[in-house]
Ligand binder design. Structure first.
Ligand code: DHB
Ligand code: FE
Length: 283
């Protein structure tokens, strides 16, 4: 990243991620749970915490440090980021047990609805001087029986070549590297974009501080985000990664799956081409 770009702060992206999450629960409808299940889930969560305290003999200074840190996560709006990195993958794995078709993975905090609708063969909205290797990502959307699904929506978002998402970094134009591509005849699509960079969790906020305190690294491998939907079928929320990419084997968000790794081919003009077909199960 160059010195002329303002660096998106943890507090900035955290606040935006909180607002995006509130809007999404308003849109999707927040589910609630009955008293019996609430009792069980809350009690078991607290019991798990108590067990760590007992077994590790947590001290008062350590308890105060945790309290201060939890307050900071809330104040900086980083709960969506923290939970999507360290917890969502487990929720997704539970959901995946009952699913068929293309594998899903975590949604993460940076989805924004209502992006520009684009035809089956399209270039994502990007800056005139958008940095990064050109990538043509193409494929087909089918049902479990192999029937093509024309008119399917591929709701697509990704980071830029510096690892930043539009809508969560003030220096990026709205809608940059986002779009809803509608599959054509035979369910096919071809999206021209750029290869994203690995993503780094903001290091200046409490999540970053926690990672540093524990001596971990803050990186996710480069990835594309997608929601694929078609009438009468279950929507798949997933990500695609790049073979050989850095951090593929140590994603801080534990959200990679072997089946979700693209192997892009380098073309004569220096660009890359990658193919992936999506398979949706009936709703
Ligand atoms: C986070 C960011 C991502 O780009 C992603 O895919 C998952 C999680 C995060 O910062 O929480
Ligand atoms: Fe992401």
């Amino acid at each position: 990243m160059t010195a002329t770009q303002p660096s998106p702060t943890a507090a900035g992206s955290g606040a935006n991620a909180s607002a995006a999450f509130r809007a999404s629960t308003a849109r999707r409808g927040a589910a609630s749970t009955g008293q019996e299940r609430a009792d069980r889930l809350i009690r078991r969560t607290l019991e798990a915490v108590h067990e760590v305290i007992r077994e590790e003999e947590l001290t008062y200074p350590e308890f105060q440090a945790v309290k201060r840190w939890l307050m900071e996560v809330g104040e900086s709006g980083e709960w969506p980021l923290f939970l999507d990195v360290f917890v969502e993958h487990e929720v997704e794995a539970v959901a995946a047990k009952a699913q068929h078709g293309t594998l899903g993975t975590i949604e993460g905090p940076y989805y924004l609805p209502d992006q520009q609708r684009l035809p089956a063969v399209a270039t994502l909205p990007m800056r005139a001087d958008e940095k990064g290797d050109r990538l043509v990502f193409s494929g087909q959307v089918r049902d479990l029986d192999g029937n093509p699904l024309p008119g399917a929506e591929i709701d697509f978002w990704q980071a830029d070549a510096d690892g930043y998402y539009s809508g969560f970094a003030p220096h990026l134009p709205e809608g940059n590297l986002r779009g809803v591509i509608v599959s054509g005849d035979e369910g096919r699509f071809a999206i021209t974009t750029i290869k994203p960079a690995p993503y780094q969790i903001p290091t200046d906020g409490p999540t970053g501080k926690m990672i540093t305190a524990a001596g971990w690294h803050p990186w996710r491998p480069a990835h594309l985000h997608l929601m694929v939907r078609a009438g009468g079928h279950r929507q798949v929320t997933t990500q695609l990664y790049f073979a050989g990419g850095e951090w593929l084997d140590s994603d801080v968000a534990s959200a990679t799956k072997d089946e979700l790794v693209l192997t892009p081919d380098r073309q004569d003009d220096g660009s890359y081409a990658a193919k992936y077909d999506f398979v949706l199960e009936s709703a």
